[in-house]
Design a protein around this ligand. Structure first.
Ligand code: PBG
Length: 341
């Protein structure tokens, strides 16, 4: 180590690494259950759950089992869940109209959660992909994902979710201008106290693969798509993985439209984006540690190649260090246990 410029003594950063207690004193980043949000998948049926094949130990739950899971998460001190529905293929249409049914699976699940665990914050998703026969987050016309007609549906979805008891509405679709228009719709319906968590910088990522398995919601390829012109990727609305500056531009728009919280997604390949967004944001920043990031650690751990707990906690700490205030992660429940121990 080079000597100090003024005194002839070596500088020794290792002094602060000597014991666990001195390391705790010097620690810059904290990870607590306060920072964790658990994504949950709900499906039709009773007293049942199905493991997502590409996401070991993560399940689609029927509403009754979802409530049990939510009670466990609440007891662990996890403040919020983000809910996603697995809609039967037969109910999916090109106009995603099932999303607006007042008593289908999703609003019923929201009501059940709020009744059983009222304090647990329920974050709902307003994108159309679980309901859309094409697997896209928006309405598809002539091979294009149409922006404003999609927002019309999302406005109604947001109000439906708020009426069912949602605390936070989260548009994950990347249509332009949707935050402001969802805000208007919520306020007009008397839900001015419902917050919006915007998926601000959501990248067109291949790390969403296991999530699309969970909901069977992958964009259809040419063989399956009813309309052959439908693109089999989300590149015209989700962001290009090569772009960082553009995330700041999206952030400015979302803040201007009234987003209460913002999000970067995925997390680990985009730590620099989390950092940039955090530097420019005056609202809480969330990061989504997505399904593929979870699957990588789980698969390697199953092979005995990585230590699951240590790698997961290191990843979550890294996401916090990059600047995320909140982390959506399929490790939420496990991490809450690990942090307690
Ligand atoms: C869709 C949506 C996706 C995820 C959350 N909402 C997938 C996609 O955009 O295709 C991915 C989450 C994950 O991979 O864990 N609106």
């Amino acid at each position: 180590m080079a000597p100090s410029l003024e005194y002839d003594v070596p500088l020794r950063p290792r002094r602060l690494r000597r014991t666990e207690n001195i390391r705790r004193m010097a620690r810059e980043t904290r990870l607590s259950t306060d920072h964790l949000i658990a994504p949950l998948f709900v499906m039709d049926g009773e007293n049942n759950r199905e493991e997502v094949s590409s996401m070991p130990d993560t399940y689609r739950h029927t509403i009754d089992r979802l409530v049990d899971k939510a009670e466990a998460l609440d007891a662990l001190g996890i403040p919020a869940v983000a809910l996603f529905p697995a809609i039967p293929e037969a109910l999916k249409t090109p106009d995603a109209r099932h999303a607006l049914e007042p008593d289908h699976l999703y609003p019923n699940a929201i009501r059940a959660l709020k009744e059983a665990v009222p304090d647990l914050m329920v974050i709902t998703d307003t994108a159309l992909d679980p309901y859309n026969a094409d697997g896209h987050d928006g309405i598809v016309k002539d091979g294009q994902i149409v922006n404003d007609a999609t927002i019309d549906v999302m406005q109604e979805m947001a109000v439906l979710h708020a009426e069912a008891g949602a605390d936070i509405v989260a548009p994950s679709d990347m249509m332009d201008g949707r935050v402001g228009r969802i805000r208007e719709a919520l306020d007009a319906a008397g839900h001015s106290d419902i917050a919006i968590l915007s998926y601000t910088a959501k990248y067109s990522s291949s790390y969403y693969g296991p999530f699309r398995d969970a909901l069977d919601s992958a964009p259809k390829d040419e063989a399956e798509a009813p309309d052959k012109e439908i693109p089999d990727n989300k590149d015209t609305y989700q962001m290009d993985p090569a772009n960082g500056e553009e995330a700041v531009r999206e952030l400015m728009l979302d803040l201007d439209e009234g987003a209460d919280m913002v999000m970067v997604k995925p997390a680990l390949p985009y730590l620099d984006v989390i950092h940039r967004v955090q530097q420019h944001s005056d609202v809480p920043v969330a990061a989504y540690n997505v399904s593929g990031e979870y699957a990588m650690i789980k698969a390697a751990a199953q092979n005995g190649w990585l230590h699951k707990e240590k790698c997961a906690l290191e990843a979550l700490t890294g996401i916090r260090r990059a600047g995320a205030d909140l982390i959506l992660t399929y490790f939420a429940e496990d991490a809450a246990h690990w942090i307690r121990e």
